[in-house]
Design a protein around this ligand. Structure first.
Ligand SMILES: Cc1cc2nc3c(=O)[nH]c(=O)nc-3n(C[C@H](O)[C@H](O)[C@H](O)COP(=O)(O)O)c2cc1C
Length: 439
């Protein structure tokens, strides 16, 4: 996008110069008026250029204070679809800043340039992966993706609670299905590898062994796996099938057992079923021939202390590689500011009112697993202060979704900039789990 803008600017400047040169032969008065015209043209071109630079900068206020409120005039799902469409077609801003080394984190031996990820559910069908990385996320998680395409629940199924900076959704895992998403991710990955191979002279096969599936150094692409509506409550075949179809294109895969909007996930409440599910997916991952992505378990925010203990035990026993804490909650925390009564809608609540529960879940899981399993904190994170609280409680990385709905595409950049201020020269990685170390 930027290059097109620069070319256009160069073209305008050249045209202005040619026009000015061509008219100078007609006399002094004309030279003066031609000079004024040239100055006006140059000023216009400069203003357009600066305007272009401004609107294509993800951190520009126009996205938060103009584009966001305009999008929010639409029905919430239409606004979401419009945002994804714009991203998919490259009509989107970009994070122009660099990530400071202090923001680096590490997951599964891989360096991640910054700890702010995009949570599942925004790009369910993996159609806007590169535009989303362009917004500055250290990780982008696509999905949930089920083996077969499915339509999800009837609309309306997405609601904003503006006064609480929250969202209620009962989307019901609508997505294009594993085959379509795998095709998209496969062609994207090979296209990126081919470009890198031309630039670096390494073969595509060599690059495929060493390159992140995100296709970008220091960035991770997660693929979140769900179950089709028709699957039995105890069955785990859909997760295994999802892994087999999509695992090769993921830097990590997520078993989403915690979606509150589907009724057939016994693993959400029954720890024995959860153990069978996780064990089956880890076994299938271990049987993959060449490339084996880390397996991450996404849990809900409403588990009791006993349930969390059992989950931590099974995660350790099954050698799960990571835990995302947490998904949306079917509960409605007290004190929700909701004059329009939107919270009465059935569905999972996300955003600010979820934060306390998600943070506590992160804290408990870190303590229960002794910090040996990386935790990705998620739920109501909207600032660097929130992100740091999750890091102190044990999160190696965080994810956001709802705060981007309210504050716009510059959210990752904003959190990263503010983190630099709050870290005061310390490294993010040193803050992780600080609370449990008594700091
Ligand atoms: C509209 C919507 C759709 C979501 N879809 C999924 C999904 O398909 N799979 C999943 O694991 N989580 C899904 N989530 C949950 C988010 O990934 C995240 O866990 C939750 O929203 C809490 O983060 P937040 O408060 O920053 O939004 C969805 C959330 C929203 C708001």
């Amino acid at each position: 996008m930027f290059r097109i803008g620069a070319n256009r600017l160069r073209g305008a400047a050249a045209a202005t110069a040619a026009g000015a040169g061509g008219r100078r032969a007609f006399g002094t008065g004309r030279v003066l008026s031609t000079g004024r015209a040239a100055a006006a043209a140059a000023a216009t071109a400069a203003a357009c250029g600066l305007g272009y630079l401004y609107v294509t900068d993800a951190s520009a206020g126009v996205h938060r204070y103009v584009a966001g409120p305009v999008l929010r005039l639409l029905d919430p799902e239409d606004a979401h679809d419009a945002a994804v469409w714009l991203l998919r077609h490259g009509v989107c801003p970009a994070d122009r800043g660099a990530d400071d080394a202090l923001l680096e984190t590490e997951l599964w031996g891989r360096r991640v340039a910054n700890p702010v990820g995009l949570a599942a559910g925004f790009d369910k069908n993996a159609v806007a992966v590169d535009a989303l990385f362009g917004l500055g996320f250290g990780a982008v998680e696509v999905g949930s993706i089920t083996p077969q395409p499915q339509a999800g629940n009837a609309r309306p199924r997405l609601f904003r609670i503006d006064d609480s900076a929250a969202v209620v959704n009962r989307m019901g895992l609508n997505n294009d299905g594993a085959e379509a998403c795998a095709d998209r991710l496969r062609s994207r990955f090979w296209r990126l590898l081919a470009a890198q191979s031309r630039a670096q002279g390494e073969t595509v096969a060599e690059l495929a062994r060493s390159t992140n599936r995100s296709g970008r150094a220091g960035r991770l692409l997660g693929v979140n796996l769900g179950k089709n509506k028709a699957a039995g409550a105890d069955s785990f075949d859909d997760y295994v099938s999802g892994l087999q179809q999509l695992g090769a294109y993921a830097d990590y895969v997520v078993i989403n057992v915690s979606c509150p909007n589907v009724t057939n996930i016994a693993a959400n409440a029954d720890v024995a079923v959860l153990e069978q599910t996780v064990a089956a997916v880890v076994r299938a991952r271990n049987a993959m021939p060449d490339y084996r992505p880390p397996v991450v378990l996404k849990i809900g925010p409403d588990n009791s202390a006993d349930q969390l203990r059992l989950i931590a035990q099974l995660a350790t026993d099954c050698a799960v590689d990571g835990i995302i804490a947490a998904n949306t909650t079917p509960a409605r925390p007290p004190g929700l500011a909701d004059p329009a009564g939107v919270a009465r809608e059935q569905g999972g609540l996300s955003g600010a009112p979820l934060r306390a529960r998600a943070l506590e879940t992160t804290r408990q899981m870190y303590r229960l697993t002794g910090g040996r399993i990386p935790i990705i904190g998620c739920g109501g994170i909207s600032s660097a202060e929130d992100a740091l609280a999750f890091a102190r409680a044990g999160a190696s990385m965080v994810q956001i979704y709802t705060s981007m709905v309210y504050d716009g595409p510059g959210k990752a950049r904003e959190i990263k900039d503010d983190l630099m201020r709050l870290l005061k020269g310390r490294r993010w990685a040193d803050v992780v789990g600080e609370e449990a170390r008594g700091k």
